[in-house]
Write a protein that binds this ligand. Sequence first.
Ligand SMILES: [Zn+2]
Ligand SMILES: [Zn+2]
Length: 138
Amino acid sequence: MDDLKQAIRARGGRVTPQRVLLLEALRRLGRHSTAEEVRAAAGDRLPQLSLPTVYATLDLFIELGLARRVNAGGGAIRYDPRVEQHDHFACRNCGNVVDLEPAIDDTPARAAARVAGHRPEGSEILVVGLCRDCARSA
Ligand SMILES: [Zn+2]
Ligand SMILES: [Zn+2]
């Protein structure tokens, strides 16, 4: 818990028991969780927690650089405790979102953006389709 408090404080956030528990829940889930899943994971210790509060806190974590938002197309927004640059695969059948390894070389995408006059700062590649499990049973 102490490293969680430190992580929040180091980035200029105010430490509250609620924030610490939600960050702990997000990291414990360790995957691309929805706000509902994070609330459920923290729920036994924070039974009064409303969903808007969970969203607001998760958005604060993004601002503080403690989480990333993954737009997996379609469904709910997912929150990712892994903050360094990485790309995702989203299953259109079961909604599962997983990291893609190794990292994808985004040089051509950045070059295309530059040619169009944009100033690229980052990229997020989302590959969609059927995940391994769904493809097997399809
Ligand atoms: Zn699937
Ligand atoms: Zn991820």
